[in-house]
Design a protein around this ligand. Structure first.
Ligand SMILES: NC(=O)c1ccc[n+]([C@@H]2O[C@H](COP(=O)([O-])OP(=O)(O)OC[C@H]3O[C@@H](n4cnc5c(N)ncnc54)[C@H](OP(=O)(O)O)[C@@H]3O)[C@@H](O)[C@H]2O)c1
Length: 254
């Protein structure tokens, strides 16, 4: 068993990774900016506390990301982490399917992080996953608050459970560095319209939905399915199962 540092170990995916690695018997460190939220306090953007968190760790799962700032600080974060990772045996970076084909600002920053890792001397694996159930659920929860929700029903997704991705990551980090691992997707490819119907059937909201016409290369990419990997339906938990669980429970029952 090894000492593993998980950056982003307090996030949606990171929490699952930490649980899974602990079940497997690893000694797990969690880096967080917030006192008491993890085992180590630090800020990847400034580099504060990062060396202390890495020192003595054999493996690193890098799942931190500043999504609120569209991933802009992620590049500095990854650079600071790599600078402290000279003696690490294996670093795994969590990335997203299609970031090189869909010109979103967040994706450009993720791609820059991948390039930093690929160009470094740190033995690594990059795993690209499709959209998490939680991300799409957050969008639908926001839409529930609107009297009429404008949504793009023809965008396509291959939603995957964070538990399933965490399981894959726990296996990969314990193995040899692969460079780029095969992409990982959920068990089914669905349109956003289909996903919204499953959600509404369970929660009764959003009450009214209108089709929002979106143009541009990002919208085209999400319609064309550049964010999918249909040949890699590795996740087992379906969108319907996720929605039927606590995460999708009707108001008042969560
Ligand atoms: N969401 C998706 O659908 C999806 C799909 C595929 C891949 N991914 C990738 O999976 C990874 C995890 O995503 P997520 O949705 O689980 O993220 P999340 O819930 O937004 O969590 C972000 C994490 O990053 C940490 N973080 C942010 N800035 C930091 C800083 N300056 N220093 C230290 N820690 C910092 C946060 O820790 P504290 O707040 O505790 O400091 C938090 O644990 C990301 O790289 C994302 O791009 C996401």
């Amino acid at each position: 068993m090894s000492t593993v540092l998980v950056t982003g170990g307090t996030g949606a995916l990171g929490k699952r990774i930490v649980e899974r690695l602990r079940v497997q018997g690893h000694e797990v460190r969690v880096l967080s900016r917030r006192e008491g939220a993890g085992t180590h306090v630090g800020d990847l953007t400034t580099g504060e506390g990062v060396r202390a968190a890495v020192d003595g760790a054999e493996l690193i799962v890098h799942a931190a990301s500043d999504t609120r700032r569209v991933g802009k600080p992620d590049v500095a974060q990854t650079r600071n982490l790599l600078a402290a990772s000279g003696t690490v045996r294996h670093l795994l970076y969590v990335s997203i399917v299609g970031i090189d084909r869909i010109p979103m600002r967040y994706y450009r920053n993720k791609l820059a992080c991948e390039n930093l890792i690929t160009g470094s001397l740190v033995p690594h694996t990059i795993l690209r996953a499709t959209q998490f159930h939680d991300l799409i659920a957050a969008g639908l929860r926001a839409a529930e608050r609107l009297p009429i929700a404008p949504l793009p029903p023809d965008f396509r997704f291959q939603p995957v459970a964070t538990e399933d991705v965490a399981l894959r990551i726990a296996d990969l980090i314990a193995g040899d560095p692969l460079g780029r691992a095969p992409d990982m997707g959920g068990p089914e490819v669905l349109t956003f319209g289909e996903m919204t119907e499953v959600w509404r059937a369970r929660r009764g909201k959003p009450r009214r939905v209108v089709r929002i016409p979106l143009w541009g290369r990002v919208a085209r990419g999400l319609r064309a399915g550049y964010n999918l990997c249909p040949e890699q339906r590795d996740g087992v938990r379906t969108w319907g199962e996720f929605v039927a669980s606590d995460a999708g429970a009707p108001y008042g029952r969560r």
